[in-house]
Design a protein around this ligand. Structure first.
Ligand code: BV8
Length: 236
């Protein structure tokens, strides 16, 4: 039902990386070391206790060295390579598993664990080690301004204009492994649905807060279901 030259937009959430061993947010019922994630992943939380927030991200950044892309990440990279129409992958995830699987047309709307930013000069660096309040900026030399290059609650997600443009042109919107709780990502299905003929598919283990906005639901684990869906799309 999808034309071979159709325009595809994919949105992924934490469920995309769950089978790689990266814990989801709901999986930890939104808590980390007893803190609400919204409190740790926020400018207020960083101002209140920068070392606690640095520890939260240092642990997750270090954990990236122990995980690998799963068959779902590999399937999306294959779809991008072999699809003849427009393709854009937007991820809410801050891990680098999509890139490591070969995805290139990729937007990290909530930032990246393996990048750091200086709040004094706005320089952004690739970053794999720990960060703390004593880290000096390699560009401006200031100390105390380095932070994870992550979009916290209350901050503006990255590349929203590009994302909105792609959603308005999409013929297929594929939403994978997200609970549809966090905005503006949770509102993307509604925008895609405004385009006549756009087909919306949700892939998840269960129904979500936004399931009713989709035409089709694929219930099952991403690493099993996504390679099957990509095979069908490419065989059409
Ligand atoms: C903004 C980086 C202004 C940090 C993240 C009141 C009402 C509505 C909205 C708000 C409100 N109060 C405040 C807001 C706005 C707020 C928001 O939405 N809050 C929520 C809590 C209500 N949003 C913001 O602040 C955003 N900025 O609004 O700016 C603006 C407004 C309009 C336009 C532009 C700007 C910024 C939000 C970004 C926060 N940063 N990440 C970090 O990672 O540390 S959010 C973070 O949490 C993730 O990035 C992700 O977005 C979210 C978690 O969601 P999921 O990815 O869906 O993960 P979750 O665990 O919830 O679900 C996993 C799903 O996978 C489940 O459904 C599960 O069933 C499924 N699954 C699991 N395993 C598998 C699987 N599926 C398939 N296979 C499997 N194996």
């Amino acid at each position: 039902m999808i034309k071979p030259n159709a325009s595809i937009v994919v949105l992924t959430g934490a469920g995309m990386s769950a089978e790689s061993g990266v814990p989801t947010f709901r999986g930890v019922d939104g808590l980390w070391e007893g803190h609400r994630i919204e409190d740790v992943a926020s400018p207020e939380g960083f101002a209140r206790d920068p070392e606690l927030v640095h520890r939260f991200y240092n642990l997750r950044r270090a954990a990236l060295n122990t995980v690998e892309p799963n068959a779902g990440h590999v399937a999306l990279a294959r779809l991008e390579r072999e699809w003849r129409g427009r393709f854009l992958l937007v991820t809410q995830n801050v891990d680098d598993l999509h890139e490591r699987a070969g995805s290139e047309k990729l937007i990290h709307m909530h930032g990246e664990l393996r990048k750091a930013r200086c709040e004094c000069c706005d320089a952004v660096f690739a970053w794999t080690k720990d960060l703390d309040s004593g880290t000096r900026c390699r560009a401006c030399g200031e100390i105390g301004g380095m932070r994870p290059h992550i979009v916290w609650f209350g901050e503006f997600p990255f590349e929203m204009e590009t994302i909105m443009g792609a959603l308005k042109r999409a013929d297929l919107f594929l939403c994978i492994g997200t609970s549809g709780v966090v905005y503006p990502a949770a509102g993307f299905a509604q925008i895609a649905a405004e385009r006549p003929g756009c087909h919306l598919i949700e892939m998840n283990l269960e129904s979500t807060a936004i399931s009713r906005q989709f035409d089709e639901h694929i219930i099952g684990p991403v690493a099993v279901e996504l390679p099957k869906l990509v095979e069908q799309l490419l065989a059409a």
